[in-house]
Design a protein. Structure first.
Length: 222
């Protein structure tokens, strides 16, 4: 099994009836500004280098971002902010993430805990559980992984739940926050960061300067 094989497996997944129906509905109806796009409308795999030392782990693809483009954190405002910061910190070769063939190269691997866009950005417990084997395989297929950056609490908690399957740990001992750092029992360093959502960015809960400073710290440990 390689990341390429896993990508093919993820893109044909139809485990969750609700998510399958929702992602396909969005792909058919589209947003007015993207009417000329042929929406992806499938589960969205992670992407990056198989020798990645850093995994960036978010919640799920965006309705008109990853669900449209076929690449997580691509083609929406969250992606615009995140990759501007990643490029500034020297972790991406360009400041934009627009579509699957835009030439983007990431010094790491980026993925989502849930591979399909959920209604209201809120997957059910069962939907999250259905996706856990895919995330587990991503961990297994990244042998050089050293750091996981959890974007938002669900991404952060998803890493903990994976580790908890092998090592005893209590979720309550790992409190989420921007900039928190924990060394997990399997040796992985887990960082937490606020999600680069328009809400967090517009309210200044997360600023460009904050995120770049944080990414510089993370990069220093790679």
């Amino acid at each position: 099994m390689t990341l390429v094989h896993l990508e093919k497996e993820v893109t044909v997944c139809r485990k969750c009836d609700r998510l399958t129906a929702f992602r396909e509905k969005i792909a058919k109806e589209k947003r007015k500004s993207y009417m000329d796009w042929d929406y992806w409308g499938k589960a969205v795999p992670g992407y990056g280098k198989p020798d990645a030392k850093l995994m960036i782990l978010g919640l799920a693809p965006a309705a008109h971002g990853g669900n449209r483009t076929g690449r997580v954190f691509t083609g929406d405002k969250s992606a615009d902010f995140l990759f501007k910061c990643l490029h500034h910190a020297g972790l991406a070769n360009q400041p934009n993430s627009d579509h699957r063939d835009d030439g983007l190269e990431l010094n790491g691997y980026i993925t989502a805990a849930v591979k399909c866009v959920p209604p209201g950005d809120k997957p059910t417990a069962e939907e999250k559980e259905n996706c856990e084997p895919y995330l587990a395989r991503e961990f297994e297929l990244l042998p050089d992984l050293k750091i996981v950056l959890g974007l938002g609490k669900i991404g952060f908690d998803s890493c903990l739940k994976f580790v908890r399957k092998t090592f005893p740990l209590k979720m309550k001992d790992f409190k989420f926050g921007h900039g928190v750092r924990y060394v997990l029992p399997n040796g992985i360093i887990l960082y937490g960061a606020f999600h680069p959502s328009p809400r967090n960015v517009n309210t200044k809960r997360l600023t460009f300067e904050m995120m770049v400073k944080f990414l510089d710290t993370v990069k220093g440990e790679l």
